[in-house]
Design a protein around this ligand. Sequence first.
Ligand code: AMP
Length: 288
Amino acid sequence: MLKIALPNKGRLAEEARELFDDAGLEIRATSERSLTASLGGEFEALFVRAQDIPEFVADGAADAGVTGWDLVCESGRELDMLLDLEFGRCRLVVAAREELGVTSLDDLTGTPRVATVFPNVTERFFARRGGRVEIVPMSGSAEIAPHLGIADVIVDLTSTGSTLRVNGLHELGTVLESSARLIAAPSLNTEQRAKSRALIELVTALNSVLRARGNRYVMANVPRAALERVKEVLPGLNGPTVVDILNGQDTVAVHAVVAAAAIYRTIADLKALGARGILVTRIERLMP
Ligand code: AMP
């Protein structure tokens, strides 16, 4: 059985569940509050706090886990990062109040007091820069510390930036970029063969969903005479599939996988080449 630690609540929990569902690893919990659940086959989920997952995986209580890269870095534990799951994106930043009168990290002088929920990452970040800081550890809401006069700057997570703005704080620099990651203990690769095979299957399944999410399947009827130019618009994975249409005469159907981000451009280009009946669908899984 491959035990996978998943966040039990918070912003990462729902998206992790959705990703596993889409990969065919549906969480079959007996109740909302279950601590474990079957994911089908040889996979089992353990629901724990996102911040505890690096420890659980490093200590072998779970074979793999899904948690934020910020929390993995803060734990300082040696872990393999197997996959960037692309959700929960945020940045850990240094921020200051306007009143401090600094616009960059280089403007910080002396030994500034830094309030943060990430003391280890913060300590390492400033040590690498060769600066001295006094860490003010917080268990949450670091943004309040400069207003209370207990810190000069903060190191905190931001995604939209609105919490910093509302608290009159502006960014001085980025400490790290984070997103949800699939992690495993390094020893798993060599020690337990069956588990490492299951882990490879897990990575393949999750990866196929992530690739699918970034792409769309495009179908269109195009004039046969325009095929050469259509191939330039629809490179696909190995060039478009070209299909004859019954009684289609001068028209053929083309199918191809296109990057989701490029879909508007592709539709406009296809239209300009005389395409009709353009159909765009989502893809469930993509294994090139
Ligand atoms: P923001 O969208 O920048 O206003 O962020 C709102 C709050 O959510 C901030 O206080 C951050 O600490 C926190 N936050 C934002 N993104 C994440 C994330 N991916 N993981 C954990 N906390 C986050």
